[in-house]
Each structure stands twice: as C-alpha cells, then as structure tokens.
Design a protein around this ligand. Sequence first.
Ligand code: PEP
Ligand code: MG
Length: 579
Amino acid sequence: MEIKKGIGVSPGVVISTAIVIDAEDLVIPKRNITPDAIPHEIERLSRAIDATIVDLQKLRDDVTNQHGKEIGGIFDFHIGILRDKLLRNQIVAEIEKNHATAEYASSVVMRRYANKFLAMTDRVLSERVKDIHDIEKGLLRSLIGQKHQDLAHLTQDVIVIAHDLLPSQTAALDRSHVKGFATDAGGRTSHTAIVARAMGIPAVVGLGNITSEVSGGDQVIIDGTRGMVIVNPDEDQLTEHREYEKKQLQLESDLATLRDLPAQTLDGHAVSLQANIEFPGEIDDAVIRGAQGIGLYRTEFLYLAADHEPDEEEHYAAYAEALERLQGKPLVIRTLDLGADKYTQEKAQNPERNPFLGDRSIRMCLHDIPMFKRQLRAIMRSSVLGDVRIMFPMISTLMELRQAKMVLNDVIEELEEDGIPFRRDIPIGIMIEVPSAALMANNFAKEVNFFSIGTNDLIQYTLAVDRTNERVAGLFCPAHPAVLALIRDVIRAGARNSVSVSVCGEMAGEPLYTLLLLGLGLTTFSMNGPDIPEVKKIIRSVTTEHARNVARKVMSFDSERQVMHFLREETRKIIPEAF
Ligand code: PEP
Ligand code: MG
C-alpha cells in the first residue's frame, strides 16, 4: 500500500516476495586462549585466509565472465588485501601478544585497517572502507565456518531488502531467483549500484528505513526505473504494475526487430540514438539494443572502481577496449566528473558544506593539472584507434573551457615532442548542465564542436533541487517550463552555430519526453542502453511536423503538470502501451 521513494539505480519493474537481510554485523566475543593453543589459532587463521581468497577468486572469475573485468576487478582489491603479509603478521601478533582467538584478532586488525582507510587523504581510497568491512566479514565467515547464507542458493523468486549490500553480496546474488533489491542506504554511484546495473537487476537505494517497514514474506513492487518501492500493494497498484511489467516485456521482445531499423521519423528525418556507459564492458549490450555510439562515457567510474588513481596506461587501456568494442562507432569520453554525489562527503578528508556547488568535476581537474593531463594524454593517444571525442563536464564559465583547452593543447605539444601519434581534428565538446552555460550557449558555441545537455544537473541547478535528496525528489522535474526553455535555447544556439547538440541526462531516455525533444529539434539522444528501443519506437511512429506541433504547444504551458499531462496523452496516442 505504501509507496516509498528512493533512488532508482537500475531500471525495470518487478513484483515478488521480500526477504529481509539483517545488517549482518557479526559480533565477535572477546575470548582468550591458552598459550599452547596459539599455534592452532595461527593455523586456523592461515586456512581461513586461504579459503577466503579461493572464494573471492571464484567470485571474481564468475563476475568477470558475466559482467566484464572492470566489475570483477573490484575483488582483486579484496584478494590483494588478504594476501598482504603485513596484514597476516599483524593478526598473528595480536593472537600471540594478547592470546586472542583468530576471529577476535582478525576483527581488531581489520577495524584498524578500516580506520586507516577512513583517514586517507585520497577520497577514492578513503571510500574503500566499505570494501575492508566486506573483507573482514568474508574472513570471519570462513573462520566461524558460516558460509554465505544465502542468496546464492534460493529456491524461489525473491526481492532482497537490506540495510545496505556489500559489493560482494550484490555480485553473488543468485540472478535466477533474486529479481530485484532495495536498500536503506546507498547512492547512485555506490559499488552496489554499479554492480546492479551491470547485472540488470531492478534496484532502488537510499530509501531511508525500508528494512524496518518490510517483513520477510511481504509482497513488494520494485520500480527501479521510477525509483520507487511499494510494500504490500493494493489490487489497483498490482494491476497497474503487472501491466507495466508486461509492457516492458513486450517492448523487450520488440527489441530484435527494432535493433537494425533506422532511428528515423515517418518522414525520413534521422536522429542518432547513443548510449551512456560507466564501463567499456557495457558497450556490447548497448549496441545490441541499437546504440549507434556512446554519447557519454562516465570515466570517473575508472577512479571509483579502482583502489588508486588510474595512471595513463590504465586510462588508455580502458579507452582502447571501448574503441575496440565500438568498431568505428563514436565514443564521447567525458573527462573526470568526480565530486559531489560521486563520493561520500562524510568520508572526504575535507568535507564541503555544499558539495554540489563545490570543488567537483572540471573544477577539480583544473585544481590538479597533472591528474587531468594523465587522462587527456591517454584520450589523445587513443584517438588514433577510433572515433574519439572529448567532453568537458560542468563547464560554467568561458574561462574554464579555455583553461581546459589550454591544458589539452599542452598535452598535444608534449605528445608531438614525444613523437606519439594522435588525431589532430578530435572534436571537443562540453556538457551543458549549469544554467550559466545554457544561457551563454551562443558564446560557448563559438568555441566547441558539440554540446551535450546534462539534464540531471541542469534540472538540479535550475530548480535548486538536490538530485540525490529523496525529501525533495518531487520537485525534481524535467518538465518544469524553466528547464524546457533552457533546453530549447541551447538546441537553437547549436543549430544557429552548426554545433551538434545531444541530451545525455536521464530525460533523453524517458519516453515521456521523446516527442518534445524531437520537436525542439534535438538530433542526438544519449541514454542508458535498455531505454533505446522504446525511444526509437516513438521516433519511428511520428512525423517531424507532429513532433514540432507537440513542442510548440508544450512551450506555451506554464506548469510542469500541464506539460506532463499533455505529453502523456500525446505519447499514448502514438504508442498506447508506452505508459
Ligand atoms: C547529467 O548531469 O545530466 C549527466 C548526464 O551527468 P551525470 O549524471 O553523470 O552528472
Ligand atoms: Mg552531470
């Protein structure tokens, strides 16, 4: 009955029975051993470390096979920590000195480790504390002999409700029975969210206290697309969601027929449908769904998934892999967009009061030129391997753009001096996601080759609504007339200056807005791969003139409610199964 709003991190709708996982905090009692038991405890420790490594290797290999090595690589970090002799020696010392059990000694030392990570100045490293807890639990489970209860051996379909899921727990979920999950904690960029997306399990996180509101056995609807969870739905809600689920399945099955058909309107006007990715491993699936290229590669995930800042070679390897998979299709590489919601403020060394208005994204890069250069050098080197384009995020002033281009020019000069080949005519674009850039699109258009409108941030900054705060989620709306006016003006400025314009925020993949964006003259849509078929279907079912008329009418409204109501009606007329 009750609808809970959270952050949809992996799309899709599923209705099933809940199983609630406890916070699973293993409490290890302090128990002393006699001196003659010390060798036995050390032996137990060694066996447990080895067993945990074997489990992790298996998990890593399974995950790598299924989802690619970027996701699987998360567990290399876990394995590396367990293999660390220093860690083992510290636990042994704890056993010998304090006559502690292997469990208690492990717990003490791992917590010490966690605190060390927490105190690290490198934000990305300090985020890894969660992984340390994960390793600790794996080790303790081996020691206690308690295997993953679990979620790997289910006999019926379930929806997992948990306070938070560790990366290894998410990756180990039995895909054939776990139909979705919802958590109290978490954000869009947590490892858990990354893994859920890669597995294609509908998921909603950041729900606050879902674990206390659901009991095992309750019926639950997870709507990962719209970011909501309904606990014990009534008949109407069930019917609505069953219908929606069915339509989604129907749309999915249209996929095969749509994939090779051009994304063009009934009167032959072609648009480009591209995909957003976090990892190169997502490319194949996006292409299967009809992506004509990658319109947004969120490279900050390279930093988030690694245990260190990626060096030039790691950047290069990722870009080379992406280009290899794309076979000549375009790849828009967005430079590092870290900060704000992309790492947890509590864990940052110097937490900012207003991180979304703080040192994030291009600002962070311009404050750390050597790091910025490493990425730009790798991008330029990869430019000879395919159709690479560079995009700078969160540009808010012309000065910022010029500075970023100056750094790029330095990199180009250095590559020339080193005799390293690169493509000179590589297109340079910017994200338009701050109102100042949208309002000055005409000026920016003189200095770039393309624009990509990041509606996620543009809406947040235009409407003063934190995009991750569930308390104001109702105010976060792409249909707000002020947002639409900015989008319209950016598309116009692009057309006037022959600068191509795409939308790469979530709005581009929402069928509700396809007619409108098309009617405003948008030529490139970049979205999550699974959204492509439905958007393509709408585009193929309408004429340009019809879309223009829809857009004209929408732009005459002064409230988001009118806009959404009208667009829903118009879209339903074209494809009744759309909503
Ligand atoms: C956006 O802001 O719309 C966007 C596409 O970028 P991100 O969601 O990564 O901030
Ligand atoms: Mg953004």
